[in-house]
Design a binder for this molecule. Structure first.
Ligand SMILES: C[S@@+](CC[C@H](N)C(=O)[O-])C[C@H]1O[C@@H](n2cnc3c(N)ncnc32)[C@H](O)[C@@H]1O
Length: 204
């Protein structure tokens, strides 16, 4: 199981946003939707052994944490609006608390921050990796990051405080290459490295 955490610093925390303006008034919700697409979609199939955790930090109800579980996920199509609609439904629930509530099959929402989420993974002895341009080359780390928890930023990266928190709890920083890429593109590259690593083990 791989877990991806993506932080949306401006992503709104109300279900009142418009699917027609996700890059604008919804606070770059489009970035998170594309990350959902990259985490789950194969050609004509979906990855099941993977989760995405979207941390939404925009107005007016920050923080909101939305978990997508590939094994249980339904009603997700490979377009941004489809992911946006599931996020919207999750944020529209009126009883959101620190306990998870299921909004649609495979999607849960709660009020939780980055520290809470990372603590939970650390308690489960999961290895946390921070994806950053200047990290260790993923090609030297494929085996080590299997079943990892991967933290990525949005268009703003991570704040200094978030970086300190993640670095303090992580097993290291990993780079997918020398250039700064979009988070959803990084997710595809991470999957690809792990797919190739797992395939090479099976061939032997
Ligand atoms: C668009 S980038 C963020 C750019 C932002 N201006 C910054 O300086 O952090 C979005 C996220 O993708 C990840 N990322 C981008 N390029 C990467 C690379 N080459 N290796 C690893 N992670 C990368 C990082 O987690 C980053 O926060």
């Amino acid at each position: 199981m791989q877990d991806f955490i993506i932080i949306g610093h401006k992503a709104v925390t109300t279900g009142g946003f418009s699917l027609n303006d996700m890059p604008g008034s919804a606070g770059r919700m489009d970035i998170l939707c594309r990350c959902i697409n990259s985490v789950f979609f194969l050609s004509h199939d979906m990855r099941r052994d993977v989760q995405a955790h979207l941390l939404l930090l925009g107005e007016p109800n920050s923080p909101r944490l939305i978990r997508f579980n590939g094994d249980k996920l339904r009603y997700l199509n490979p377009d941004e609006r489809s992911a946006g609609a599931l996020i919207k439904k999750a944020l529209e629930l009126d009883n959101i608390s620190s306990h998870e509530t299921r909004s649609t099959p495979g999607v849960w929402v709660r009020e939780a921050d980055l520290c809470t989420l990372l603590d939970e993974f650390a308690k489960d002895d999961r290895k946390i990796f921070y994806f950053r341009e200047d990290g260790k080359d993923i090609r030297d780390s494929s085996e080590g990051i299997k079943d990892g928890v991967f933290v990525l930023g949005d268009h703003l990266g991570l704040t200094e405080d978030e970086e300190q928190l993640v670095l303090g709890m992580s097993a290291g920083t990993i780079s997918v290459g020398p250039l700064s890429l979009h988070a959803d593109h990084c997710i595809i590259l991470i999957h690809n490295e792990l797919d190739r690593f797992i395939a090479s083990k099976i061939e032997r």
